[in-house]
Design a protein around this ligand. Structure first.
Ligand code: KG4
Ligand code: ZN
Length: 335
């Protein structure tokens, strides 16, 4: 079965073709660099950019793979959570195509797709497991007792981890999106240079809070005589270290609490090298198996949507023209 995956929940227009036999055939993404000017994603601009990009990306995908529209057996589209205007563009495109080629269409939960990006290399999730979902809008720990069930056991009280990367990068004048640029700046810095706060570490719960860190960085930067060169790298490295320390500690704590042998990473921040390295190390030291998606499938992509849609499509689900989009909502699986 060939599945087309469509992802337009935020600022990337990403489409992919996934074969249930061969895996990912191709994944094409048009990034919206225009938001850099504003230091963050402007929803109205994002929706309009999706309208401009979605058809050219679709055509390029078919041209590159040599797949004809009639060879598509089913369509998956991210229908939430996300920016409502952006989601609407993907959903409208998916419906029009499903109608034209007379194929089934399923809506995919964006966070479940991030979790299932760990299956893109062919291996199904090993359960019971714990997954740390770290994206621009989410920082959550889920206990997965068996495939398809996601129990939210930890969540951020304020900023998401990705949002912290973005805000701190903006504060340091590094540009947008903040994660990759802050990680790059941190490479030349000393992660021990400034001891930024690690919130809620002593408490037994599994929740997160990152707004205090953002404030601490702002106050520190305001006290600097000059914000450039080594100072920027040191602040970037120290802030990154603080975020990663909290994420790693809470994730292994969660794995111990639920006595699971598998830990998964998911979401845009999962692309962060320090997080991958430190979480892998912490898991190895405790006899836990660590898993992370391939780097190119951490940030938003059509491949994870197609992969997540393939299960329900194979079981005959069709959300039809009644499919709706939603800005917020818990992960509720098809399984
Ligand atoms: O999952 P994603 O692509 O979109 C959402 O669903 O939000 O995640 C985007 C987030 C952004 O906040 C971005 O700064 C962060 O992921 N990110 C990173 C890295 N690459 C992307 N954060 C840290 N290190 C990275 N290498
Ligand atoms: Zn995402």
């Amino acid at each position: 079965m060939n599945v087309l995956g469509i992802e337009t929940s935020c600022d990337d227009t990403s489409l992919a073709l996934f074969s249930t036999r061969r895996g990912i055939i191709s994944n094409l993404t048009a990034n919206q660099l225009i938001h850099d000017e504003y230091g963050g994603v402007v929803p109205e601009i994002a929706s309009r950019a999706h309208i401009r990009s979605v058809l050219p990306v679709y055509r390029a995908l078919l041209a590159e793979t040599g797949v004809d529209a009639r060879d598509i057996d089913g369509i998956g589209v991210a229908n939430g959570p996300g920016l409502i205007g952006s989601l609407l563009v993907g959903a409208a495109f998916a419906k029009a195509l499903a109608y034209a080629v007379k194929r089934p269409l399923v809506g995919v939960h964006h966070i479940e797709a991030h979790i299932l990006s760990n299956e893109l290399e062919g291996e199904v999730l090993s359960t019971p497991a714990v997954v740390l979902v770290v994206s621009g809008g989410h920082t959550s720990l889920y206990h997965i007792p068996f495939a398809g069930r996601y129990e939210l056991v930890g969540n951020t009280r304020d900023d998401a981890a990705g949002e912290s990367f973005d805000k701190i990068a903006k504060l340091l004048g590094l540009g947008f999106p903040g994660g990759p640029v802050l990680e790059k700046a941190a490479r030349d810095g000393d992660g021990e240079a400034v001891r930024f706060p690690r919130a809620m570490m002593k408490k037994g719960d599994l929740d997160f809070s990152f707004s205090g860190l953002k404030t601490a960085v702002r106050l520190y930067v305001e006290g600097l005589p000059r914000v450039n060169g080594k100072a920027v790298s040191d602040v970037a490295a120290s802030a990154q270290r603080a975020i990663v320390d909290v994420l790693v500690e809470k994730t292994v704590r969660c794995a111990a609490r639920y006595r699971v042998g598998h830990v998964y990473l998911a979401g845009g921040v999962a692309a962060n090298a320090l997080l991958r390295e430190n979480l892998a190390g912490a898991c190895a030291g405790r006899g836990i198996q660590y898993h992370a998606p391939l780097l190119q499938y951490c940030t938003d992509n059509g491949a994870m949507i197609a992969c997540a849609a393939s299960g329900p499509l194979a079981r005959g689900r069709d959300d039809t023209m009644r499919l709706d989009v939603f800005a917020r909502g818990p992960v509720s699986s098809w399984a």
